[in-house]
Every structure is written in structure tokens, then in C-alpha cells.
Ligand binder design. Structure first.
Ligand SMILES: [Zn+2]
Length: 267
């Protein structure tokens, strides 16, 4: 099975990424896609992907780290001021996409999060990344909390050729359908394993087999019953929950979701 969205390159795994990766392989997770968060981790992402079999990566600037990103003043972000040197993180993102070449399978994680407010800054960060995904014909990996209507509207306008993944989808059925109609797939993970996630359970039951992928979002979004750091080996729990909800065999779900990851990301 493939963990379509994790963060092995986050500092939570700095001490033991290789051991975590080995545990994932033993649990049957043969493919993983590491999603980017900040420019200062891009080189580390590439080094990990070169060292660890089955690990692909996306480079992107995550809205959660809004204060860490350095954007040129002319882009209008209300973030940190810099020293005037040309180290705009969007430029660094472009350079990282060039450097990573075939190991880079998408642009992201990027997106919008209602909890963070500062919406102008979030859009200023997101917009050039969507345009990069379009220019490079790469799929985009989207983080979207409470902004599904706004994001789907913009995606429709931009018409990105390679579409992408709305990871850890957390909206309504109508919002899910809007993304699917635009050609995007949804990521389902730890949230689905929680007993109280009734709306998400209904969505997972109803999704067409080729419209979603499995993910852990490690080190975050641990499945129910796990209190420590989440890791890709826990994808087995996500798979088990999906099989129960959908009344399908785990093998059928692995086959369908792996095909979908290959279709979207080419891995
Ligand atoms: Zn993530």
C-alpha cells in the first residue's frame, strides 16, 4: 500500500527517519509521498528520498508555517521582513523543483486554513504555488480546512492540467463532489478511524473507488487509540477502517488506491 501523504522530512523524524521507514516497509507500506512544508527542509526532503526506497516527494510551502516563509515584499505578504537578498521562498521552491527532477512528483503541501486567519497572506502564499503547478504540469497537494468552497472555485478558474490531491478532506459531501467533478482526488486518513467522525464515514462509504487515496499525514493525525507520534506504518489502521466502512476487502482497496496514486502522481 502507498501512504499518499506523510511528512518524514519534518523534524519530528530527524532522529529516526530510517527506522520509521523500515517499520513502514515491514507493515506493507511500500510507497510513501513526503509532502513539503518549508523551504529550509527542501534539501533534506531530497536527501531522504534519495536514501529511502519507495519515498517520493512534493515540494511546497505549507500555510501552517506562514511565519517561516520568506516572500518578496512585492508579493504583498504581511509576513517577516527579510534582509533584501534574493531568497524569496517561491524562487527557492522553483529551484528545488528543478533540483529534485524525477523524484519530485508534485507541488505542495499548500492551501488554505480558516483557523489561521490572515487570509490575504495565505492566498499570497498559495497563488504562486498553484501557478507553478500549472506551468510545470505537476499535480498539487492541497491542505484545506474550512475553505473548501473558496479553494474549489479558484481551482476551477485556474484549470490545473495535472489536478491533484485534497489531502485529509474534511468538508461536506457537496464539497467533496465539487473537487471530484474538477478531477481532484481526496485523501482519507486518521480522522476516518475515529468513532465520532460520522460525516466523514458517510463520505468514505460513498466515494467512488478511484477517487480517493489513503494517507497518514505523519507525524500528525494519529488514528484512534494512538497517542504518540503518528508514522506511515499506521497506514494499516487507516486501510482497516476504510475496509470496514466500505464493506470491501483490504486487497481491493489497496489495489484501487494504489492505482489512483499512480494515476495522479505517476509513482
Ligand atoms: Zn500534511
Amino acid at each position: 500500500m502507498i501512504d499518499a501523504h506523510c511528512h518524514l522530512s519534518r523534524d519530528a523524524f530527524d532522529d529516526d527517519a530510517h527506522a520509521v521507514h523500515a517499520r513502514a516497509l515491514r507493515a506493507g507500506v511500500t510507497g510513501m509521498i513526503d509532502a513539503g512544508t518549508t523551504a529550509k527542509r527542501f534539501k533534506h526532503q531530497l536527501a531522504l528520498a534519495e536514501a529511502l526506497p519507495g519515498l517520493s516527494l512534493c515540494h511546497g510551502l505549507h500555510p501552517y508555517f506562514l511565519d517561516d516563509h520568506v516572500l518578496d515584499d512585492t508579493r504583498g505578504i504581511d509576513g517577516p521582513t527579510h534582509d533584501g537578498k534574493p531568497h524569496d521562498d517561491v524562487v527557492r521552491l522553483e529551484q528545488a523543483l528543478d533540483r529534485g527532477e524525477r523524484r519530485v512528483v508534485g507541488v505542495g503541501e499548500c492551501g488554505l486554513d480558516r483557523r489561521l486567519e490572515r487570509f490575504d497572506a495565505q492566498w499570497t502564499l498559495l497563488e504562486p504555488q498553484l501557478r507553478l503547478a500549472k506551468a510545470r504540469c505537476l499535480p498539487v497537494v492541497l491542505h484545506c480546512i474550512g475553505m473548501n468552497d473558496e479553494l474549489s472555485k479558484r481551482l476551477k478558474q485556474l484549470d490545473l492540467p495535472a489536478r491533484g490531491l485534497v489531502h485529509a478532506f474534511s468538508g461536506s459531501w457537496q464539497q467533496a463532489v465539487r473537487f471530484l467533478d474538477l478531477g481532484y482526488v481526496l485523501g482519507v486518513g486518521g480522522a476516518m478511524t475515529h468513532d465520532g467522525a460520522h460525516r466523514l464515514h458517510r463520505i468514505v462509504r460513498a466515494l467512488p473507488a478511484d477517487c480517493y487515496v489513503l494517507e497518514t499525514d505523519s507525524p500528525d493525525m494519529a488514528p484512534q487509540g494512538i497517542t504518540e507520534r503518528n508514522e506511515p506504518a499506521n497506514l494499516a489502521r487507516v486501510l482497516a477502517a476504510a475496509a470496514v466502512l466500505r464493506g470491501e476487502s483490504e486487497a481491493a482497496i489497496v489495489a484501487a488506491t494504489s492505482n489512483t496514486v499512480r494515476r495522479v502522481f505517476g509513482v
